[in-house]
Design a protein around this ligand. Structure first.
Ligand SMILES: *Cc1c(COP(=O)(O)O)cnc(C)c1O
Length: 359
């Protein structure tokens, strides 16, 4: 696919840009460009790939995404390696997952090479937007939505795929603190539902429980399974790992109700390579509490692209609270975090071909 390049009439002036990326936080600052590709079933599918200025998009008020939420997204980071080269971490895995999400939401697949090329074009166009701060990156948000004007309920025939970029600082400025999590009574995804798809609708349903967690003074929500309300699934946007005193690690299995995180997969690979036993098994809230109290469980951490690896220090729910280990980040949590961040940043050897250099 050849991308049409539209010149930017008025990029953000250098001084303004430098100010904006000095302390960007997360998801608030956006770059000059975006990539857009349209899909039209009547025109033979995907067409008009364009790299152009980032700008508002016109939508018909009847666009089906606004009514029936046919929308999916991805999230990955572009880094500057120690030697200055720009790189992506496992973009092929995001491309593959994007198409699995598309399938579940009855949306058209986007060829994986087109997905990766779109991300590449966007990052190269905005290479001046990498925050110079330690741990800084360009957060890449590819997404697709139905923009056919039609109120009947069926899969749309027209879609738009966009890639936008947001400079991101170090998620945790002063090292990684341990977070406190709230076990919600609300569920996130039921068997047979869309829990394994990265779709906006899953997030819409998580806002009330997450608000409840914040109101009670916690950082994140833990969701239990919808069928038995017993098994730990994941946080609103991160997968969970449990570390035991015999050195083994457990993470909930991919049963269709949790998101198959690329960070999760990378952590499993790195831990096994280190000789650790990783079990993908169901783990109940009751067992979590019992093991934390007995000391059999020594660490719990959450992982995802945005914050990479985050220790869980405290767990609270309607049945009371418990602390994990000392309440701070554990040893293995820190070791795995450093290893993964090192590979992403080019300071630890990438033996898996996870790092894709750009340009
Ligand atoms: C994106 C996401 C994750 C983490 O996936 P990564 O590929 O590691 O970023 C975990 N849970 C949910 C619900 C997500 O949407």
């Amino acid at each position: 696919m050849d991308f049409t390049r539209l010149p930017h009439p008025a990029p953000v002036p250098g001084a303004t840009r430098e100010q904006a990326i000095a302390d960007p936080g997360f998801g608030k600052v956006f770059t000059d460009h975006m990539v857009s590709i349209d899909y039209d079933a009547d025109k033979g599918g995907w067409h008009s790939p364009t790299l152009g200025p980032r700008e508002p998009i016109a939508l018909d008020p009847a666009a089906s995404v606004l009514h029936y939420a046919q929308e999916i997204f991805e999230g990955l980071k572009a880094y500057r390696l120690a030697d200055g080269t720009m790189a992506l971490f496992r973009p092929d895995a995001n491309a593959a997952r994007f198409n699995r999400s598309a399938e579940r939401l009855a949306m058209p697949a986007l060829p994986e090479d087109v997905f990766v090329e779109a991300v590449r074009q966007a990052v190269l166009a905005d290479k001046d937007w990498f925050p110079a701060v330690d741990g800084g990156s360009l957060y890449v948000r590819p997404f697709m939505f139905a923009n056919e004007a039609f109120l009947g309920v069926r899969p749309a025939t027209r879609y738009k795929f966009l890639v936008i970029l947001s400079p991101a600082g170090n998620y945790f400025k002063s090292g990684a603190p341990a977070v406190s999590v709230w076990v919600s009574d609300y569920t996130r995804a039921a068997p047979g539902g869309t829990g394994a798809a990265k779709c906006g609708g899953n997030y819409a349903a998580s806002l009330v429980p997450t608000g409840e967690a914040f109101a009670r003074g916690h950082d994140q929500t833990v969701f239990l399974d919808a069928a038995e309300r017993k098994w730990i699934e994941e946080l609103g946007g991160m997968n969970l790992f449990f570390v035991f005193d015999d050195g083994t690690i457990l993470t909930p299995p991919l049963r269709g109700t949790i998101l198959p995180g690329i960070t999760r997969d990378s952590i499993i690979t790195l831990a096994r390579e280190q000789g650790l036993t990783v079990r993908e098994e169901m783990y109940s809230l009751d067992q979590w509490r019992e093991d934390a109290v007995s000391g059999r469980l020594v660490e719990t951490f959450a992982c995802g692209t945005a914050a990479v690896v985050t220790a869980v220090g405290k767990v609270a729910g309607h049945d009371g609270e418990f602390t994990i280990g000392s309440g701070g980040p554990g040893q293995l949590t820190q070791t795995l975090r450093e290893k993964l961040v090192g590979i992403q940043r080019g300071t630890v050897e990438d033996t898996h071909g996870w790092v894709t250099r750009l340009g």
